[in-house]
Design a binder for this molecule. Structure first.
Ligand SMILES: *[C@@H]1O[C@H](CO)[C@@H](O)[C@H](O)[C@H]1NC(C)=O
Ligand SMILES: *[C@@H]1O[C@H](CO)[C@@H](O)[C@H](O)[C@H]1NC(C)=O
Ligand SMILES: *[C@@H]1O[C@H](CO)[C@@H](O)[C@H](O)[C@H]1NC(C)=O
Ligand SMILES: *[C@@H]1O[C@H](CO)[C@@H](O)[C@H](O)[C@H]1NC(C)=O
Ligand SMILES: *[C@@H]1O[C@H](CO)[C@@H](O)[C@H](O)[C@H]1NC(C)=O
Ligand SMILES: *[C@@H]1O[C@H](CO)[C@@H](O)[C@H](O)[C@H]1NC(C)=O
Ligand SMILES: *[C@@H]1O[C@H](CO)[C@@H](O)[C@H](O)[C@H]1NC(C)=O
Length: 922
């Protein structure tokens, strides 16, 4: 909680606001320019008043060029900026790249001089850097950024009226998951760019089965600007909006371009042997045969229910478990074990996943409650025993895979808690006969411990981020490993023709994934380059043989063969380094040292920034200081976790929204989110920083009272009464509205009742009444009211919140309709983090993603899929009216409409928010 406050403090520094800690309450008090707050409702006038420096930097161009050759992607990000000022200025370059990518080059060109980065051993780079730092200089760094990305940022001082060009290159082997490859390009130019371009060329000799693009920031106007040409073996995608097309609105300099540009594709897969490509002395083999039946699995879910799992994590885990159990194949066998310092099992042996058994297991799972310590050792060993015993007793199908899925959020602290001992116990008990998959939930888990333990046992570990979508993360991981197609796969190549082979034995091949093997050829005589793949499938042994031949890129891509150069070699190097880094985590210390040394050698040789190397570039000397080294490192999973742990709030997603929100609030108040309910009760959450809004209706009978805001900590409550039409209209459609509000500040002892006729304030047993028919203002010690005749009421509760209530006056003789009210939230920042209610729950920010735009019921209102709070919802593009600026006519605001009374978007159901009276405060 205090973390929330801390963040604001941090962000608003230097924004012209003054934050102080109040000595009495320990909470924060803000002294701000009240003028500025007015602007929340006013027109967007302060937008032009940017920092003068910023306007003096002109971004000439931002170009992202991505070339993919057989899954190996090579991306170059270039940015050219001009310092228009007559003094030197610091210019920033920030790039986000996928965490699975390696930076391979970085350069800056300043005043005709080029500064090129060099890949050095990390330790050496660090020494050079530390020497520089001790003389008071700074360095550029790479930081974690979200789950999938890391951020490279550097700044240099540029002389007056000079240009700077930054170029960053990174490479990555795209991994097939859920039957597709994904290219993720994150673009956040922050200002308008004269020439903006994203260019992607995909070359897949196997042929492309489909190519999809979408972007989180693409509105209907920008969507047609994405150009896509797909031919059999090549796809070309480009997106280059003009300066004006980038604008958020005709007169502002905010950019719409802000988010992820995503390309997904798959290749044609024919033949059981897969695709072998030989180019320039290296070969690569992609193996993912089509149409294999799945191998049944015997899975034991070992679930941590120690005290730390309590609350949201436990709820999300159980919710995910229920879906996962439903998804079990009827041929699968399963067991559920829960542990804290005591181990409890649902049944003593594995059970066939029949409908009845799954139903029974689901109700067992729902009964799990968090409590106690963490005995991972006994939990996992119990699962292993069950599998061994059932195997011995021949209860499990002969051809099937045995696996344990362990979910934990903490460190072992009960029973055997020495990590090497647990790893040893598990490894010897599993004896290479089963797979262990681990899910590390949250930031307190020892990722490395789980990672090593799973790798020792033919499995892998995934982090589950503590966030609203944890349920989807859990299900997603399960889906990845739920359909094994082959076991113990061996890929064999002629010994005498190949050396430096990457890993060629894999414990399992899952549906939707792909196995990649690469190697160097020692022999140019490829006449009998025989390839054989052996594995265990469902019915019989899988065994295919074939002969590979050299791919003639000149024939496949006659005009472009020159660009392919050494990609197979770099793909091979990338894969080899990745595998060496993984291997260096397990084994004896000698083996570890050996793998590490090799990985380092290759990282240097191929100029990859890996966890063992750094990119060093020397910043040129300026009047501000001498030249100094900048270093870019690669983060390890542990470092990412540490960075996240250091954040004051666990849900970093929310932090990101707040970061953006607060930073914007500091200078551009019109960009603060707005929450309101108006009309036939239409709830609206406007998120200007995303140029997006969410909306939903709440339907109920007149007389119902809903809680809108509920914050027991600060004592603020707002309830609203539903009213209906005077009589039922001819079309039979009953409209409902809010006709009254009760606003309570329990701590200050203030009660405010607002109806369509009057406003009354009750404090210390005294009542003051105001009428809508007069413009009036009331200033009290605890509450300020400002009534604008027949229009609006602005309420400021001391030290907490500002609301505006709008009066909608309907023609007196209207046959059906009557006057009603709208409720708008202006400023909520002093409410506590636990604020809730139909509107209040959104004051924390809301995380959601919308994808899959498709035709809806009516042509102008497309449907889409929204992911939020762990749910997947169908939403419809619609319009709502925002009356803040124009009480009579309002302004149309497009929004994503959530159906069924906001179901899935709001916590619980709408009826959960019904309260007995206007002044109910609990
Ligand atoms: C720099 O420009 C500012 C106005 O943009 C002007 O006031 C100032 O005199 C200029 N300084 C120099 C050294 O030219
Ligand atoms: C790195 O970039 C510079 C400047 O663009 C270029 O001259 C150099 O060849 C690149 N190095 C590598 C290894 O690609
Ligand atoms: C900066 O670069 C742009 C585009 O490359 C060029 O048009 C302009 O003349 C350059 N300006 C200066 C001052 O070098
Ligand atoms: C927001 O996006 C809509 C299209 O969805 C567009 O019409 C509008 O101009 C944009 N507004 C701003 C402020 O960027
Ligand atoms: C593999 O996944 C695809 C969809 O990605 C699905 O159509 C197919 O049925 C799956 N095969 C098996 C054996 O589960
Ligand atoms: C693993 O399986 C093999 C073959 O079935 C068996 O001989 C061996 O004892 C098993 N290992 C353990 C630790 O159970
Ligand atoms: C390291 O690997 C090399 C082969 O690549 C081997 O000759 C050497 O014995 C290994 N050293 C250790 C300490 O394992």
């Amino acid at each position: 909680m205090s973390g929330l406050v801390g963040i604001r403090l941090l962000l608003l520094w230097g924004c012209g606001c003054l934050w102080l800690t109040s000595p009495t309450s320990g909470s924060l008090v803000i002294f701000e320019d009240t003028e500025a707050l007015e602007e929340t409702t006013g027109p967007a006038k302060s937008l032009q008043k940017r920092s003068t420096n910023e306007a003096m930097v002109q971004v000439h161009s931002v170009t992202v060029e991505c070339t993919v050759m057989s899954r190996f992607s090579h991306t170059v990000m270039t940015s050219v900026a001009l310092n228009k000022a007559n003094t030197s200025q610091e210019i920033f370059f920030e790039v986000e790249l996928p965490k699975s990518a390696f930076i391979t080059n970085f350069s800056m060109e300043i005043e005709g001089k080029e500064y090129v980065g060099q890949v050095k051993e990390k330790e050496k780079a660090k020494k050079q850097y530390e020497k520089a730092v001790s003389s008071g200089q700074t360095a550029g760094l790479v930081k974690a950024s979200g789950r999938k990305m890391e951020k490279f940022s550097v700044s240099v001082s540029i002389a007056a009226e000079s240009n700077v060009t930054f170029v960053l290159t990174y490479e990555e082997l795209l991994q097939r998951k859920f039957g597709q490859y994904e290219i993720l390009i994150r673009v956040k130019p922050k200002s308008l760019v004269q020439q903006f371009q994203i260019l992607a060329n995909i070359y897949e000799p196997q042929g492309l089965s489909y190519v999809d693009t979408h972007a989180t920031f693409l509105s209907n106007e920008l969507l047609p600007l994405v150009e896509k040409t797909v031919s059999d073996k090549k796809a070309h995608i480009s997106f280059s909006p003009t300066l004006d097309q980038q604008r958020k609105c005709p007169d502002c300099d905010g950019s719409l371009i802000d988010g992820d540009f995503i390309i997904k594709y798959d290749v044609n897969r024919e033949g059981r042997l897969g695709e072998i490509q030989i180019v320039n002395g290296y070969f690569v083999h992609f193996f993912s045969p089509p149409d294999l039946p799945r191998v049944p699995k015997n899975v034991v879910f070992v679930i941590d229910r120690s005290g730390s799992m309590g609350g949201t994590k436990m709820r999300q885990t159980l919710e995910a478990m229920v879906t996962i159990l439903d998804d079990l194949h009827v041929d699968d066998y399963f067991a559920v074990i829960q542990f804290d310092d005591v181990i409890l099992t649902w049944k003593d042996s594995l059970t066939k996943a029949t409908k009845e058994n799954v139903a029974e297991a689901k109700s067992y799972v729902r009964s799990i409650r968090a409590n106690g310590g963490t005995d991972i050792n006994s939990g996992v060993l119990r699962g292993i025993d069950m599998l061994i015993k059932d195997r011995q007793e021949k209860k499990l199908p002969e051809r099937s895979i045995d696996m344990i899925i362990l979910l934990t959020d903490g460190m072992p602290n009960s029973g055997v808690s020495r990590i090497p001992e647990i790893q040893e116990n598990v490894k010897s008990a599993m004896g290479g006969n089963m797979s262990l998959f681990c899910l590390g939930f949250g930031n307190d888990v020892d990722y490395n411990f789980l990672d090593v333990m799973s790798k020792q046992n033919k499995g892998l570990t995934r982090r589950i981020y503590e966030a609203s979508d944890a349920v989807l993360q859990l299900q997603g991981f399960y889906d990845e490993v739920s359909s094994p197609l082959l076991l113990e796969i061996d890929l064999q190549y002629p010994d005498n023709a190949v050396d430096y082979l990457t890993t060629s034995h894999f414990p399992q091949l899952f549906n939707g994934s792909e196995i990649v093997v690469a190697g160097r050829l020692t022999d140019n005589d490829l006449d009998n380059f025989l390839v054989e793949v052996i594995g265990q499938g469902l019915e019989e042994s899988f065994n295919v043989q074939g002969q590979a031949s050299i791919v003639d890129w000149n024939v496949i891509y006659p005009d472009e063969s020159y660009i392919f150069g050494d990609f197979t070699e770099r793909l091979w190097a990338y894969l080899t380094i990745q595998q060496l880094l993984e291997k260096s985590k397990t084994g004896t210390s000698d083996e570890k040292a050996n793998f590490t040394a090799k990985a380092l050698d290759m990282s240097l040789q191929y100029s990859f920034v890996t966890p063992l190397t750094s990119m060093v570039v020397t910043k040129p000397e300026t009047e501000d200081g001498p030249d100094s080294p900048l270093i870019a490192n690669k983060l390890t999973e542990e470092q990412r976790q540490q960075a996240e742990r250091a954040k004051p709030i666990k849900m970093y997603h929310r932090v990101a929204t707040q970061l953006q929100g607060a930073a914007l609030q500091a200078k551009q108040l019109p960009y603060a989110p707005v929450y309101f309910v108006d009309g036939d009760p239409h709830f609206m959450i406007e998120l200007p920083d995303r140029n997006d809004s969410l909306c939903f209706n709440i339907n109920n009978v007149p007389g119902t009272i809903f809680n809108l805001v509920r914050d027991p900590e600060s004592g603020v409550f707002v309830n609203g009464l539903i009213i209906g039409d005077k009589k039922i209209p001819a079309d039979g459609k009953i409209n409902t509205y809010f006709g009254g509000f009760g606003i309570i500040h329990a701590t200050l002892g203030v009660r405010l009742q607002v109806t369509t006729q009057a406003i009354s304030v009750l404090q210390d047993g005294k009542e003051v009444k105001l009428l809508w028919t007069d413009t009036a203002s009331l200033k009290g010690p605890n509450v300020d009211l400002l009534v604008t005749k027949d229009r609006s009421l602005k309420v400021t509760l001391k030290g907490s919140v500002k609301f505006v209530i709008l009066l909608h006056k309907v023609w007196k003789k209207h046959p059906y309709h009557q006057d009603y009210l709208g409720f708008y939230t202006l400023d909520t920042h002093l409410l506590s983090p636990s604020v809730h209610g139909l509107l209040g729950q959104f004051y924390h920010g809301i995380e959601y993603e919308v994808t899959g735009l498709r035709p809806g019921e009516s042509p102008e209102k497309p449907d889409a899929t929204m992911f939020t709070k762990g749910h997947q919802l169908t939403v419809t593009r619609g319009w709502q009216i925002d009356f803040r600026r124009d009480v009579k006519n309002g302004e149309n605001v497009p929004c994503w409409f959530v159906h069924n009374n906001g179901s899935g978007l709001i916590d619980g159901e709408a009826t959960d928010y019904i309260v007995p009276g206007l002044f109910t405060a609990f």
